[in-house]
Design a protein around this ligand. Structure first.
Ligand SMILES: [Fe+2]
Length: 277
């Protein structure tokens, strides 16, 4: 079965229901890089590292845009990526992204924030906030200097559906999970300068919880490799989303039409993040 997505300003993307591959894409679209996230790489963060299937978890398409919009993305220094994840289970665990943090954005005092939009399917987003360390290291700091990755102070979970927009605030580790049997497609807007940090997830064999299917139910299994993991807060509303005017709809189009509304992506110091916590 083929599904058709018309979410990006009339750009038609097709992907099959069960596979995470774009089958066709308009000629007027540019993509800078495509990365397949395969089992061998995911083995370090999944519950059962002996799995032999599925071989492919998800595929990421970086800097995806219509050619006519390329200059806007370049001028604003923002990147638009799309991820397609299949709906297969990985053993008893639901399909998920590797999980990562973002490095402190060059020239700012905050880790890079990110906007996520669900284009097709349903997603669970699991966020984890590590303990903040008092660093006496002078000069430019990295998140590894200011966060204790093994000591998690907050775990929040959200269920997202197509059209939902979501802000990942600075310093939150995030994993996106597909608990459905159909494909999940989501897009992200982030600074083109942003660096992705996997170490804080890799060192603990995944995020703070694994989400598994047991007796047809969703069960949360705490990851024992962390020093401290609090209970999951299942949240419906996320106050950080108040940073954006639009809570639903195409973030891509919204950005193209009002790029200045997204200037905070490259200037996270302009937002009082504490106010939204
Ligand atoms: Fe991210």
């Amino acid at each position: 079965m083929i599904i058709h997505l018309k979410t990006i300003n009339g750009v038609k993307i097709q992907c099959s229901e069960n596979e995470n591959k774009l089958l066709s894409i308009n000629e007027d679209i540019s993509i800078s890089k495509i990365i397949d996230r395969e089992l061998n790489q995911m083995r370090s963060v999944i519950l059962n590292d002996q799995l032999v299937y599925p071989k492919l978890f998800y595929t990421e398409y970086f800097h995806l845009c219509k050619n006519e919009h390329a200059s806007i993305f370049k001028n604003e220094n923002i990147r638009h990526d799309i991820t397609i994840m299949s709906g297969n289970l990985a053993g008893i665990e639901f399909m998920k992204t590797y999980g990562h943090y973002h490095e402190i954005l060059e020239g700012t005092n905050h880790a890079a924030p990110e906007v996520i939009e669900i284009l097709h399917g349903n997603a669970i987003i699991l966020l984890q906030k590590p303990e903040r360390l008092v660093s006496d290291k002078p000069g430019v700091k990295t998140i590894a200097d200011v966060l204790d990755f093994g000591n998690i102070t907050e775990v929040s979970l959200f269920k997202l559906k197509p059209g939902d927009l979501f802000i990942v605030p600075p310093y939150y580790g995030h994993t996106i999970i597909n608990q459905k049997s159909t494909a999940l497609v989501f897009s992200t807007l982030i600074s083109a300068k942003a660096k992705t940090i996997y170490k804080g997830i890799y060192d603990y064999k995944g995020a703070s919880y694994y989400i598994i299917k047991k007796n047809a139910k969703q069960v949360f299994v705490q990851n024992p490799n962390y020093k401290n993991v609090p209970k999951i807060k299942k949240q419906k509303k996320w106050s950080y989303n108040n940073i954006m005017d639009n809570k639903k709809g195409s973030s891509y189009l919204n950005f193209i039409n009002n790029p200045k509304n997204y200037s905070w992506i490259n200037d996270p110091d302009s937002i009082n993040w504490e106010q939204f916590a």
